[in-house]
Design a binder for this molecule. Structure first.
Ligand code: NAD
Length: 503
């Protein structure tokens, strides 16, 4: 593993419309996961650098807020056009730092574009309401205004899509943004910042500060930051939620997941096997909506395992630029942590059906490889079942009935996504009613809602009342004023100290 401080460039911040070299001497390595080498370093901002980004955003905010809806809309349409034209460039950046295969990187961008396209229609979504004559000669109406400077803190697994869950809507609604992307794959954020500049967004409306806990804490504590949108692991999400609430900010904090796929005996097992493999091993399992547990209602488990292993044997693991099925994990440290669960499984009495360690790869030997792994009869007391693994490890838990399966899913602390596979419409309907999870698939394994619905889980998968994007996104990035007005009708009722009533 190469890690020479001098040999590689350092990625700067993007503040006030231009690249801004860091004044802090702290940096972190950025790897090419398929080669296991450090390709660049990323600046880790000091509190003063975060202050500079917030100051740039604060200075840009009034002008952007007051820019007409028509002109704001033109900028967002232009951003959409540029992103669509150049998505291959961005996909290559994602593959080089995250490791996901190029086609998957393009899929991530397509789902981000969906939110940009939603934001193009923002004038309709930030309209207020108007009631005439609520009392004689009195009208009431509401207007939705931007919050001001908004902070976005994003995870490593979707370096383009997750920031795009938030910033197109925030910007359309008239806010100014400070984005703190993951330090593991930070270059996509600068690329998108440069695209905004090219699209005509005024300097300072979109800023990027790179960093770690120091930068996050500086955003959380800054009095001029009005809201925090966070996506990441549950312990950090909870910390963000509690800290932002204490500092008086609006906050939405999306956390981790452990998504179950419930398979009923009447399901089409070929569809189930295809779906479990796609959803369990796509992006090397580094998706918050990945399926990590198959809950097999007996007697389906043995037949399903046979179909799964047949498919898994065909999966090609390798360098994401060479068009394999699955790439490496994001860092060596993360790969080792994920692999360690295979030993835990064996020690806890589970049966390791396919062990992804030592997988044959089409890539450099030092890449952060771990092949698809299948573990059967996972005890629900095991850490393999209890914890979010976030890698290509699929567990099977066998249950005797639908009721036992649903009770198991509902006993979990996460509630991000789940799926049921069945040909029984009544069972599916009952499942959508009974399961305590925010996003549900019926014969669909990764039920990420389209842009005009909202994304978010229940329980420890989402802290705060607001989901991401869709109608909830526009609610989050605007604040409403209600105005009660009367225009001169010269009659008036004189002095009356009673509470106002309509009449
Ligand atoms: P992470 O929690 O380690 O990091 C997320 C962000 O928090 C990064 O920007 C990171 O720099 C920052 N951070 C890390 N440690 C911090 C600390 N101690 N204090 C303050 N900030 C800190 O998450 P990750 O490993 O980058 O991403 C994977 C996680 O994100 C998984 O748990 C996954 O389920 C979750 N995720 C959830 C969703 C969702 O929609 N619910 C979507 C994507 C990812």
């Amino acid at each position: 593993m190469t890690d020479t401080l001098t040999a590689v460039p350092t990625l700067p911040h993007w503040i006030g419309g231009a690249e801004t070299p860091s004044s802090s001497d702290r940096t972190a390595p950025v790897y090419d996961p398929a080669r296991g080498v450090v390709t660049k370093r990323v600046a880790l901002a000091s509190t003063q650098e975060v202050d500079a980004a917030v100051a740039a955003a604060s200075a840009a905010f009034p002008g952007w807020r007051d820019t007409s809806i028509a002109k704001r809309q033109q900028v967002i349409f232009r951003f959409r056009e540029l992103l669509n034209e150049r998505k291959e460039e961005l996909a290559a950046i994602l593959t080089s730092e995250h490791g996901k295969v190029l086609s998957d990187a393009l899929g991530e961008i397509a789902r981000g574009l969906e939110i940009v396209e939603l934001a193009c229609g923002f004038p309709h979504l930030i309209k207020g309401e108007h009631s005439e004559n609520v009392s004689t000669g009195v009208d009431v109406y509401s207007i939705k205004q931007p919050l001001g400077v908004v902070g976005i803190i994003s995870p490593f697994n979707f370096p383009a899509m997750v920031p795009m869950w938030f910033f197109p809507i925030a910007i359309a609604a008239g806010n100014a943004v400070v984005l703190k992307p993951s330090e593991k794959d930070p270059s996509a954020a600068n690329w998108m910042a440069a695209l905004w500049a090219e699209a005509g967004l005024p300097a300072g409306v979109f800023n990027v500060v790179h960093g770690d806990k120091v930068a996050v804490d500086a955003l959380l504590e800054h009095p001029d930051v009005r809201s925090i949108s966070f996506v990441g692991s549950t312990p950090i999400a909870q910390y963000i939620y509690e800290t932002a609430a204490r500092t008086g900010k609006r906050v939405q904090a999306l956390g981790g997941a452990k998504n179950h796929m419930l398979v009923l005996p009447d399901a089409d097992l070929d569809l189930v096997a295809d779906s479990a493999v796609n959803a369990g091993f796509g992006s090397a399992g580094e998706r918050c909506m990945a399926v990590s547990v198959v809950v097999a209602v007996e007697p389906v488990a043995d037949a399903l395992i046979e179909k799964l292993t047949t498919r898994m044997a065909t999966l090609r693991v390798g360098d994401g630029t060479r068009n394999p099925d699955m790439g490496p994990l994001v860092t060596g440290e993360h790969r080792d942590k994920v692999a360690s669960y295979i030993d835990v499984a064996a020690a806890d009495g589970a049966s390791v059906v396919v062990d992804g360690r030592g997988v044959e790869v089409d890539g450099e030997a030092d890449g952060f490889w771990l092949g698809p792994t299948l573990i059967d009869k996972v005890p629900t007391s095991s850490r393999v079942y209890q914890e979010e693994i976030f890698g290509p490890v699929l567990s099977i838990v066998r249950v005797a009935s639908y009721e036992e399966g649903v009770a198991l899913i509902n006993s979990g602390r996460f509630g991000n996504g789940t799926a049921i596979f069945t040909n029984d419409g009544g069972a599916a309907r009952r499942f959508q009613n009974e399961v305590e999870v925010g996003m549900i698939g019926i014969n669909v394994p990764i039920p990420v809602p389209v842009g005009y619905f909202s994304f978010g889980g229940w329980k420890q998968s989402l802290f705060g009342a607001n989901k991401a994007y869709g109608p909830a996104g526009f609610d989050f990035f605007t604040q409403e004023k209600a105005i009660t007005s009367r225009w001169l009708d010269p009659s008036h009722g004189g002095i009356n100290l009673g509470f106002p009533q309509n009449g």
